[in-house]
Design a protein around this ligand. Structure first.
Ligand SMILES: Nc1nc2c(ncn2[C@@H]2O[C@H](COP(=O)(O)OP(=O)(O)OP(=O)(O)O)[C@@H](O)[C@H]2O)c(=O)[nH]1
Ligand SMILES: [Mg+2]
Length: 237
């Protein structure tokens, strides 16, 4: 019967870098059911950060990047021997149960995250995350745009209107109505990162009777991410 488990030997390429992307299933409906604030619900984001930190503690990746209902994980070492079934099922289950643990509000329906594995070369890491960060920015413009239009028109008309506008036209419309996206918090525009950072610790060396500087690493939640660059990722790897 073991032979029937035809996918169990699927593995990620050895020596490849891997990004995993998790995405909340049907979170549009979840946001409606839970009455999430629009365009950005701080409490929801705080929970996504907690989930990202749990993933970081458990799987020790190089970087976790979250915005909206998605979480990107840049793996340092490939877990579960690279077995696709294990990676996709356990990591998405881990995220779903972490989310439920922190967002303790009684759901109408259990939540789930989907999961995909993206094998990537070291050289493509920046391009991948830039792509996601550009998406966070597009999301931000659209979220503010649709919120503004819905405050003026019916949902139907607002949805129609936003479809007819490109990104710079939405930007322009908001600006004319005193909503300047430059003033919006950085995490809404660029997403949130979780990674290790070093903290300087000054101790005292009793033997040599002098101060001693050492560095201790800690998990840093960065709500003021820079616009991604190659240097940013070089410093993480
Ligand atoms: N109100 C509110 N909604 C949010 C927030 N963050 C994410 N969302 C919702 O989450 C959705 C995420 O988009 P998608 O992942 O494309 O849509 P989905 O409904 O999850 O559908 P699938 O991922 O395909 O299952 C958005 O459309 C929003 O409705 C937030 O801060 N506030
Ligand atoms: Mg989703």
């Amino acid at each position: 019967m073991k032979d029937f488990e035809v996918y169990s030997n699927l593995k990620v390429p050895v020596n490849s870098k891997v990004v995993m992307r998790l995405d909340g299933r049907n979170f549009h409906a979840f946001a409606d059911n839970m009455n999430l604030e629009k365009p950005y619900d701080k409490e929801f984001y705080q929970v996504m950060v907690e989930v990202s930190k749990e993933l970081f503690r458990e799987f020790a990746p190089a970087f976790v990047y979250t915005f909206s209902d998605e979480i990107n994980i840049l793996m340092n070492e490939i877990p579960f021997n690279g077995r696709i079934e294990k990676m996709n099922s356990i990591i998405s289950a881990f995220a779903s149960s972490s989310f439920t643990m922190y967002y303790d509000k009684g759901f109408a329906k259990p939540v789930a995250f989907d999961s995909r594995i993206i094998p990537i070369t070291k050289e493509d890491i920046y391009d991948y995350f830039k792509w996601r960060q550009d998406e966070a920015w597009r999301n931000c413009i659209n979220a503010y745009g649709i919120s503004f239009l819905k405050s003026k028109y019916s949902n139907k008309i607002a949805n129609e209107k936003i479809k007819g506008l490109n990104q710079s036209e939405i930007h322009e419309l908001l600006f004319r109505n005193n909503i300047n996206l430059n003033d919006v918090e950085v995490w809404k525009k660029r997403g949130i990162g979780v990674y290790r950072k070093n903290r300087k610790v000054i101790g005292f060396n009793k033997k040599e009777l002098k101060e001693q500087v050492s560095y201790r690493s800690y998990i840093h939640v960065d709500c003021e991410l820079p616009i991604f660059s190659n240097e940013f990722f070089n410093s993480l790897m």
